[in-house]
Design a protein around this ligand. Sequence first.
Ligand code: UD1
Length: 419
Amino acid sequence: MEKLLIKGGNSLSGKISCSGAKNAALPMIASTILSNESVVLKNLPYLQDITTMFELLGSMGAEILLDENMDFTISSFDLKDIQARYELVKTMRASILVLGPLVAKYGKARIALPGGCAIGSRPVNYHLDALKQLGAKIKLKNGYIEASANKLVGSNIRFDGVTVTGTENIMMAATLAQGVTVLTNVAKEPEIIDLADMLNSMGADIKGAGTDEITIKGVNELFGTSFTIPADRIEAGTYLVAAAVTNGSITIDSINPNRLMKVINMIERSGPKISFDDNSISISMDKDRPDPVDITTAPFPEFPTDMQAQFSVINAISRGVSNIYETVFENRFMHILELNRMGCDIEVKGNHAIIKGVESIYGAEVMATDLRASASLILAGLCAKGETVVDRIYHIDRGYERIEEKLNYLGANIVRLPS
Ligand code: UD1
């Protein structure tokens, strides 16, 4: 298994660009199933999760072509097989995103039930309950979700809990339902708006994405489009933390700061100066150590759970005590044990981490457990004294495009060690 060797202590400086957002791209790729024509996607990030989504569509009979501009043309309009097998679903839970489109377009789907994962049980009951309310029949058999419907019918649906991929799944399904669907208690993440924009460009009629209520008027068919994946707000937030913990001064290009305003505010509170315009963010950390900042994760526009592990590194080296409350996922503190092995002083009590800032942390051999945990270990390695080796970095390759290349460009010293 490949590892990353990080020699800590370098201050980051310079300018980098954000890649396309994984969490915007995955539902967009799934949404091509709804179209009667080919769809072109631009600025797709080169990531393992994107490859897995392509593998999944390919296994169902979709044709995917890459041109010289690195744009992908996806033809998913004539699928032969409408199932997502366990081999693929177990490696990426977001495979569930093909459920809504398949039932809406083909009247049936067979999707392996995603199991547990490193950050908690992550059930899909909200997706299934909402799909039932659109008229689908759902059976669970041999570890698979078997869904069928002659024609989905619009309905008023209130989600029992806020779910990002659940909102996306049902929004996609409702585009081809008969009549009007009104979704409430929905997720408001920027990626929901991105998906609605793309679906509308394919001929859908969706209003209210990004607000508390989404209204979808069903249409008979959807058509091809050409759509550019917006930049990854979590990648941008991760590089902001990298600058904050290395006393760095960097600019991140091609990112709309409104997508991560809460993250910007909280990082700013810890000491760095941050400025931004419509399309870039600059950060400069002059203080020798950050101030501690309490954070509580919650759905957008609150502090994202996907930035919790990274932010904990700021607190770990801060001048004081801070609290992090993780309210979105159970068991999302796997990085803490590894951080403590690097000299951090963090105690976990259920969904609450109490962090006592320490003056210095030290390099160690550590193990990545999930995508964002891996990012936090790399950030810790950047500000630690000595060498850190992060094992199981296949997690990081699922969600960060060329992370060591980008960080090295800013002055870090990271080497990818072969298996
Ligand atoms: C998405 C993101 C992930 C992010 C998460 C929360 C993608 C591909 N992934 O994941 O990066 O960390 O949002 O911002 O966009 N839940 C249920 N039943 C359900 C669905 C969810 O109980 O049917 C619970 C989950 O266990 C979790 C909470 O709801 O506690 C939120 O999960 P959800 O928003 O669905 O996360 P994902 O969409 O899987």
